[in-house]
Design a protein. Sequence first.
Length: 536
Amino acid sequence: MSVLLQSIDIKKIIDFPGRLTLAAIPEGVDALILGDLARARGGVTVFVARDDARAAVMGNALSFFAPEIEQVSYPAWDCLPYDRVSPKSEIVSRRMACLSALVNRQGGAPLVILTTVNAVLQRVPPRGAIAESSLFIRPGNVLELESLLAFLARSGYRRIGTVREPGEFAVRGGIIDVFPPGHAWPMRVDMFGDSVESLRTFDPETQRTLGQQDDLRLDPVSEALLTDQAVTLFRSRYVAAFGAVTDDDPLYEAISQGQRYAGMEHWLPLFHEHLDSFFDYLGEGALIAFDHLAEEARQSRHDLVQDYYEARAEAMSAPQPQGLSSTSYKPLEPQQLYLTEGEWKETCDQFSVRVFNPFQIPDGADMVDGGARVGRNFSAERAGQGVNVFDAVTEHVGALQKNGKRTFVACWSAGSADRMSGVLSDHGLKSLNIVKNWTEAQVLPRGVTGVIMLGLEHGFETQDIAVIGEQDILGDRLVRSAGKSRKASQFIAEATQLSQRDLVVHVDHGIGRYEGLETVHVTGAAHDCLLIVYQG
């Protein structure tokens, strides 16, 4: 157990039945407690964040506080509700890898699943479909090449020339390269006739072999599988939902021919007799921890889904452009794709639920006081004339240590930790030590300030320790964790935060007025676009 939890009734947190609020637990402290909970109780622990950014920060913090505990991410689709495009294969691969890991899980070793409200609200294929859709391969197995290729095609894998990302496969004679979900490296299946001769991992950049593998489990990389049974079921249920297909319908035609179609996942309920929820995969004994803003995020998501559904339903009933009636979007009702408010409450009542709350709240039987608070922010010193913020930090650390607290400075990266150590040392804070994880941090002698690589928006203080965040010292805009370049889909997703007639700035065209989404027909296909109106 960590130093921090000595003042918290950890046994009550673990054993309390039903819903328990953990008050006075600012962000950062929640990761430390989550790691200790997972370590102490074993089994599956789920953290439901308000959004992807919060889940990523929690994952990084958990890696620092409990690096030995296995983490699995379960992200939400990266497309809008009722979209015309499919979620990216990388996203779906991570989702399917998580579901498959839960289905095939054995033993009670600690496992933490990091997910979001958007992800767990969405219905998923039934457990049985995942269990029956995996293919196990070992050297010496008899496996027809055509059977393997057929499995990959109906399971959502994309055939390309060179495999580089999850969900891709390539064929060169008797060698099949495939990148299964949940694997760090792609696999090379070497066939000799109908026999599997060897399994090898390889580097997708250099294409060089990394090592031999004893076995391989290929899981689907799509939630909509094109098995014969699924195609038949889709056809009958599509007609039942929307009536006889009298005009050209590209979605219906593609699925009927066993071909994948862009955005087909938004009709997922038609491919299965029924859908499960993410919670159905957890089994008994799982503990679910919620971000303190999860409930607001859930309500916002429900409202957004309803708005998009109503827009699609209205567009479907409106007159279509001449000769383009087949492009009409036929949406399924929200309750077929997402958990209702009643189902959400009923599902959460089946598990032990813990809610992290950064604020002090009145004592109660269903509440534990964590005794932590947000740490000091040095914004006043940054803005003040004649005051050096690093001198202020040095003075503050000295005061904390005089009161018997262990002190730490949390930085976003190894580079920023080196720079911060140098600057603070120049300003009189001499006893500094860079540490890699929480285990090393706890054994530092008192009076030594640990510099830790932990990305936090703000630091925190408890009865025993004080963590000063890099952003508390330098300001919000000066420190950000390194990340991938933003893609178009990320910009489009931000349209959900816009209201009609909001002013926006286009990188090339300047200031315009957002007037909502509009379907544009190009070369016979429909595309959802943002309508921006400019002067003149």
